[in-house]
Structure formats: C-alpha cells, structure tokens
Design a binder for this molecule. Structure first.
Ligand code: PHE
Length: 473
C-alpha cells in the first residue's frame, strides 16, 4: 500500500493544508478572548512559550511517526507495536477525531447559516437576542447541514493532492486576505485602540497555574495536536521534505493568525462598548460568535450604512467558515484514512460510511439544545445537567486530547525509540543531526512534556467529572 500512497504535491501545499487544519475557530475567537481576559501581553508571552517549548516537539513527533509508517494513526501504532496494548492508543486516535468532528461540524453548520443570512441582508435579525436559540432549533439547519456535508465530501473525495491541498490553496490565502482586511478596517474604528491595549499590555498579576494550563490547552488544540491529524498528514508528506522547517512554518502561521485575530475581535468589541471589562466577555466562543458579534456588526450601520455593515459581517462569517471547513476536512481525513488503510475501502465508500455515522451523531448533538429533551439532559455530573453536545466536548476535547498527546510522546520515546525518530526527521534535513533542536526534542518528548500533559489530564478529569481541582492551580 505504502508505495502508492498519495502525497501532497508540494511543500507549500503541505504547509497550507496543515495550517488549514490548525487555523480554526480556536484561533479566531477562542484565542483573543482568552488573551484579553488572562493578562493580555503576559498571556501572549506564555502562549508563545507553550507553542515553542511544549507543542513544537509533539508536532514533530506526530508528523514523523506518520511519515515513517505511511499510515493512519491506528495503522501507525499497529505497524510499530503489533497487537500490543498500544492498540488502545490507536483506537483513541481514531475515535477522538471522529467525535471532535461531530461537535465541530455542528458549529460549522451554524456558521454557514449565519454567513448566508448576513449575505442576504438579514443582519438585523442575526443581531436580535433570541435569534441564535431559534435558529439552532429550526429546521433550516438540516439544509445547512447537507450543504456542509456536500462541501466536505467534494473536497475529501478528490483525495490528498486534488482535494485537501487544492482546497487549502484557495481557502487559506482568501482567509489571510479577509483577516488582514478586517484588521485594518477595525483598527480605524473609534476606541479601537483601547481593545488593542487590553490585548497587548501585559498584566502579570493575572498569571497563575490555571492561566498557564489554559494557555497550553489552547495551544495544543489550536495546533491540532492529539487528534491524529498530524500523523495522517505526515503520512502524505514527502521523505525529502524538511520536516522541522515545515513544522515551524505551520506553527508560525497558526500563531500569526491567532495573534491577528486578536487585533480584529478585541478592537471591534471595545469600539462597540468602550466601557466593557474583558472579564465580562463570555467564556464560550459559541456565544461570542453567534450572539455578541452580530450586534457589533449591526452597530456599524451608523457609519457604514446597513449594506456596508452586512458586507463586514459577511466577510467575518466567511473567514470563520473557511477556517472551520479546512479544519473539519483534516479531522475527517483521519478516520477516512483508517478505513481506507485498514479495510481497503475506496475513498468514496469510506466517506459515505463515515458520513452516515457522523451525520447521525452530529444531528443528534444539534438537537440537544432543547429540541429533544432526552438529548438535552442526557446526563448529569459535577453538579449540572449535560447535553449530548456538552458530553462530547467535555470527554473528547477537554479530557482525551491531552491523554492522546501524552500517549504519543511515550510511544515515540519508549516504544518506537528516539534513534528512529531522529533518523526519520533527518531524512530531508541532514543538518538536523546533532543540533540543539534534536537534543531538545529527544529530551522533552521523553520527560517533562508527558508529565505536564498527564497533570493536565488528571486535573481536567477531577474538575470536569468530580467538580473539584486536584492540583491547586
Ligand atoms: N486547530 C483547530 C482550531 O483551532 C482545531 C481543530 C482542528 C478542530 C481540526 C477540529 C478539527 O479550531
């Protein structure tokens, strides 16, 4: 199989596709709000340290494991460790992207709904307080759901080079352009610079253990780690490719977009409401995107007119929608590759089988916002009722992601072995041998990175399911 495995056509294509995976809702909305609330410039600094010190080595480990085995995550674990308990890690690396795709798909469907409505002149409705609740429980979401499924199918059915890479080459540059355009525009608004102040001026008094662990989780999710995505994309990477160089480019691109997003979102918020305190911003990206920002866009009609405000809103929703689509494509590619590798399915068959499974779960989670009582109050833990959507986010996004990261570090260091890791990275970059980076990656992946991920994992379990923090962060 490995000899005819598809590959990305070019270095740029790989970087754009991997950056397309990394740049998502987490960067565009989650990051700016986290930064403004948690110490501005101080948070930015800690985030950058987390990316360089903790995430880069894990990225390189995932990519090289994929490139070496030329397999999906489950196949990668199996081809090195055979039928050992490591297979459990392989299963987790398959189920996690499947389930994260479910909740991410729901948000992407809503984004498309808001994009279409902003574009056809319904911005005033989007800005009214009850719209979000009504919209997510309306039947129109089924139409948007079908549209998103069709877009994803069209991209993935065309394979790695003509599907994933081509889509990334169109969507990512468009996204960069929209983002730059919106940043420039937003910075010209009244009071914009007080938002920039909250974003950039460091306040080290806000930094504590919880903020540091939050920054790491944000960076981990943002770089698409622990989801098997980089193992899968690594398996499509050319052996002659400079792996450390490409990794750095992807991390830089992802962090650059997150940083620029802060220069778009925060000035817009402060220009709309100069007296707002960052603490008052909602914690959830969902309520910020769908409830708060439409009001800001509508308020622009004072200066731009209704049509102008609608154009800005449309550009914003298109930007987030494109980011979400390229992320969704990457995460659905993981179980797709598994079905192709393990079962010998054709790409289309794999996509259809997965589409049905994910579609059912995604619709069930979309209905767990009040429309179906049983799904809305599916379970109860840590003192609150939880819907199917909450359960999926708590389990897979918050809890299992760091666990997967931990397992990959242990696997690469103690089962696959560092000599093999180094040999794989050196292929395509001979200068890597003997560098500080090589020694650093070897040491960190086998020691403190898994320890930190383990602490985050047990602390999340304690907080999420038992309602108390184990480690006083
Ligand atoms: N990096 C993505 C983001 O920031 C996370 C993600 C990747 C989510 C792929 C789903 C699929 O939103």
């Amino acid at each position: 199989m490995s000899s005819n495995r598809e590959q990305f056509g070019s270095r740029l294509g790989f970087i754009l596709a991997a950056a397309g995976s990394a740049v998502g809702i987490g960067n565009l909305v989650g990051f700016p709000v986290n930064a403004a609330k948690n110490g501005g410039g101080a948070f930015l600094l800690i985030y950058a340290i987390c990316v360089i010190v903790l995430c880069l080595p894990v990225m390189m480990a995932e990519l090289s494991l994929g490139r070496h085995t030329r397999k999906d995550p489950m196949g990668a674990y199996k081809s090195i460790a055979g039928n050992s308990p490591w297979q459990i890690a392989g299963w987790l690396a398959l189920i996690t992207p499947f389930m994260i795709a479910v909740f991410y798909a729901v948000i992407t469907v809503w984004l498309l709904g808001y994009l279409v409505n902003a574009a056809i002149g319904n911005l005033d409705q989007l800005a009214s307080p009850d719209t979000f609740g009504t919209f997510i429980n309306s039947n129109s979401i089924f139409v948007y759901f079908l549209a998103v499924a069709a877009i994803i199918f069209l991209i993935l059915a065309n394979g790695v080079k003509d599907g994933i890479e081509k889509a990334a080459k169109v969507l990512m540059p468009t996204l960069f352009l929209f983002l730059i355009g919106l940043v420039i525009f937003v910075l010209t608004l009244d009071n914009a610079w007080s938002g920039v102040g909250y974003y950039m001026i460091p306040d080290f008094s806000k930094i504590n253990g919880a903020v540091i662990s939050g920054a790491l989780s944000q960076a981990f999710f943002s770089l698409s780690l622990g989801m098997g995505i980089l193992i899968t994309y690594g398996s499509y990477m050319d052996k002659k490719e400079d792996l450390p160089g490409a990794t750095k480019m992807v991390a830089l691109c992802d962090t650059g977009v997150a940083f620029a997003a802060g220069l778009m979102i925060l000035p817009a918020v402060f220009s709309f409401n100069p007296d707002i305190k960052p603490e008052e911003l909602s914690d959830s990206s969902v309520s910020l995107i769908f409830s708060f920002l439409p009001k800001i866009f509508l308020a622009l009609q004072g200066t731009l007119g209704y049509a102008g405000a609608s154009v800005v809103a449309t550009l914003f929703f298109a930007l987030v929608f494109f980011a979400a689509i390229t992320s969704l494509v990457s995460i659905i590619e993981v179980p797709t590759a598994s079905l192709i590798d393990a079962k010998g399915y054709s790409r289309k068959k794999a996509l259809l089988v997965l589409g049905i499974g994910m579609g059912i779960l995604a619709i069930a989670s979309a209905l767990s916002f009040g429309k179906i009582g049983f799904l809305t109050e599916l379970t109860h833990y840590a003192g609150a009722k939880r819907s199917l959507f909450d359960l999926i986010i708590d389990t897979f996004y918050d809890t299992i992601l760091p666990l997967n990261g931990l397992l990959i570090c242990l696997f690469v260091s103690y089962r696959w072995r560092k000599t093999q890791l180094n040999a794989e990275i050196e292929s395509g970059n001979e200068n890597y041998k003997g560098t500080f980076l090589e020694r650093y990656v070897n040491f960190s992946v086998g020691t403190f990175i898994p320890v930190i991920l383990f602490l985050i994992f047990i602390n999340t379990v304690a907080i999420k399911y038992f309602g108390s923090s184990l480690i006083s962060l």
